[in-house]
Write a protein of this length. Structure first.
Length: 284
């Protein structure tokens, strides 16, 4: 076999993919980069408005051989595959240790109205969350806990920031995500859809353990998580039905955002699957 032909680093395809590192170009093109075998695998399986979410795939020769089943699935789905050298992949990825597989994908966020119409039973709302790694990790936690949707308010980080996408480890492709919705609209909409709004805050006047013991968490619930440094502003806390703190039983000063979100979401998931919970109840 001859040496595989590699795409030129000066190719317009490479230039277009490289530009997606910038938010302005992502928004203009409504495209983003999904990096790594797990994210690419999920992108191949995902469809947006009936069309394939994955547009094209860049891979090093070594990665294409190691993940031949992923590359084969992409080709079978009609996705154009470009072989590239490590430097070209690194230029597109802009990470210290690229994983060798990069997919260019269509935006896949859902209209908030569609999320409401589905009458979600567990939702994670990111209000004023600015760290992309945290946003992606909370999305991953929500997926693992069986949440029905995630909403990023208009004051939060870009869902398609490369760090957010990497931190979600493919969960971005698993559940509906709405973006850019004002927090007041999020809360009023979810309340209208029947959800109880719980604001997670270390200074909350309700204790998560006490809420569980009281049996008050089995119904549809939306958790609102705030900024990593200063939490939720008073005006956002005031919108919630309750402000709940995760109890600290040891000597730790606090929990970080993603850890607290995981605890809260799993608490709701457990309550909803217990006797009388909205997921355990028989269909009407």
């Amino acid at each position: 076999m001859g040496t595989p032909e590699l795409i030129s680093p000066r190719s317009p395809r490479v230039t277009a993919a490289r530009r997606l590192a910038r938010r302005a170009f992502r928004g203009k093109e409504r495209r983003f980069i999904a990096e790594g075998p797990q994210a690419v695998r999920e992108a191949i399986a995902h469809r947006t408005d009936g069309d394939a979410t994955l547009i094209e795939l860049f891979a090093t020769v070594e990665a294409a051989e190691r993940h031949h089943e992923i590359v084969g699935a992409a080709r079978a789905a009609g996705v154009r595959v470009h072989l590239a050298d490590d430097r070209t992949i690194g230029d597109i990825s802009q990470t210290v240790t690229p994983q060798g597989l990069l997919g260019v994908c269509h935006f896949l966020d859902s209209p908030f109205e569609e999320i409401l119409a589905a009458r979600p039973r567990l939702v994670a709302v990111l209000a004023h969350v600015r760290d992309p790694g945290n946003a992606g990790t909370v999305l991953r936690c929500a997926d693992a806990a069986g949440a029905d949707a995630v909403v990023l308010t208009d004051a939060s980080v870009d869902l398609y920031n490369p760090k957010s996408v990497r931190a979600s480890v493919g969960s971005l492709f698993h559940l509906p995500v709405a973006v850019g919705v004002p927090v007041e609209q999020v809360v009023s909409g979810l309340k209208g859809a029947g959800a109880r709004i719980l604001a997670a805050d270390g200074a909350g006047d309700r204790d998560l353990d006490a809420e569980l013991d009281a049996g008050s968490m089995g119904g549809p619930t939306a958790w609102v998580f705030g900024n990593e440094a200063w939490g939720l502003p008073e005006e956002t806390r005031a919108l919630a039905d309750a402000v709940v703190r995760v109890p600290i039983h040891g000597r730790a000063e606090s929990l970080n955002l993603a850890t607290a979100a995981a605890v809260c979401l799993y608490a709701s998931a457990r309550a909803q699957r217990g006797p009388g919970g909205c997921r355990a109840a028989s269909p009407a």
